[in-house]
Design a protein around this ligand. Structure first.
Ligand SMILES: [Zn+2]
Length: 333
């Protein structure tokens, strides 16, 4: 049975809460015109929810805009037009905010160039949903309400856990602690290998945007840590295997590589993920990049040169860096 049919049955039995839940799923999944219109009437007449004419109009308009011309002339189309006419003095907005149980603060923004499915991103204290310009703003709320709790349930920062007050991650190159702070802001500190991130005192860690905000802070801190920790390791390895490089940088941009050698030693760039690797893997990575001073591609010549410079063990470690499934611990996006 479709969400609309199920919702309609509840509605006709005056089980409005259950009806609304079905309509919301229909809107989230496929922007169902019938669900938009019937949910609109729940808001227009205050059925199962306090009356809200702004929301009612948003839903009716959203349904009307996605209808084909022929559909606009059918019974439902005519009905929607009548109701839009009745609400013609009610204002229309391009953005709306709402607190949704289990999701938290949600802001929906209508934007011209948005794909069919609503797009999610995370602000410090809210989830931002961007929707197509002709969609009802409600589609964004429905999408968040249906999809975010499952995303939040399965979200982990390191493949097994979520951040909590007292979260720690000890690796060869840094020691991370995530703690509840005493202010309303996110703060962080870096002292040698010790990275501390404090989240706001009132933050609710069940909300995925709080988790994502902490992850963003951790990432910024690890960029700084990497900038201090990685260049000396590269230098030490280069000296040991008898080659050189001119510059070494850690990029804060998201990269799908761990490191890259530009211009055969002119500049070696590390992504922040590299600082998460165990020490012997970092060294293997350095040998890999420095081998590019001699061979630019990944041919058999390259691997022979790499073994010549660093031996068998780093070669095998380098091959395994991505396949362990364990590193990098924190998955940055
Ligand atoms: Zn390479």
């Amino acid at each position: 049975m479709s969400y609309f049919k199920a919702g309609q049955e509840h509605y006709l039995k005056k089980e409005y809460k259950e009806a609304m839940d079905c309509f919301i799923h229909g809107i989230a999944e496929s922007d169902s015109i019938a669900c938009l219109a019937w949910l609109g009437s729940c808001y227009e007449y205050g059925l199962g929810v306090p009356e809200d004419l702004v929301v009612a109009k948003d839903l009716y308009a959203g349904a009307y805009k996605v209808m084909f011309t022929s559909e606009r002339r059918n019974e439902l189309g005519t009905w929607i037009q009548e109701h839009l006419e009745r609400l013609k003095d009610i204002p229309v907005y391009d953005t709306m905010c709402k607190f949704i149980e289990g999701v938290g603060n949600v802001k929906v923004i209508r934007r011209l160039e948005t794909p069919y499915d609503p797009q999610l991103r995370y602000n410090l204290d809210e989830l931002v949903v961007t929707i197509q310009s002709r969609s009802s703003l409600y589609r964004g709320f429905a999408f968040a309400q249906v999809n975010v709790p499952e995303m939040a349930r399965t979200w982990t920062c390191d493949g097994e856990r979520r951040f909590f007050d007292g979260y720690t991650l000890d690796t060869d190159l840094f020691s991370l602690k995530v703690l509840r702070g005493k202010t309303d802001r996110y703060t962080s500190s870096l002292d040698g290998r010790n990275c501390h991130v404090y989240f706001p005192q009132n933050a609710n860690l069940d909300y995925i945007y709080i988790q994502q905000s902490i992850l963003k802070k951790v990432r910024n801190l690890l960029v700084k840590r990497a900038q201090v920790a990685l260049p000396p390791i590269l230098k030490e390895v280069a000296d040991r295997i008898g080659t050189t490089f001119q510059n070494c940088e850690v990029t804060s941009a998201v990269r799908d590589y761990l490191a890259y050698n530009y211009g055969q030693g002119k500049k070696i760039i590390f992504s922040v993920d590299a600082v998460q690797l165990p020490m012997d893997s970092v060294e293997a990575l350095c040998i890999h990049e420095l081998t590019h001073n001699f061979v630019t591609n990944h041919s058999s010549d390259f691997y022979n040169k790499m073994i010549e410079l660093g031996g068998e063990a780093p070669y095998r470690r380098d091959q395994n860096i991505r396949y362990k499934g364990k590193w990098p611990y924190l998955k940055f996006i």
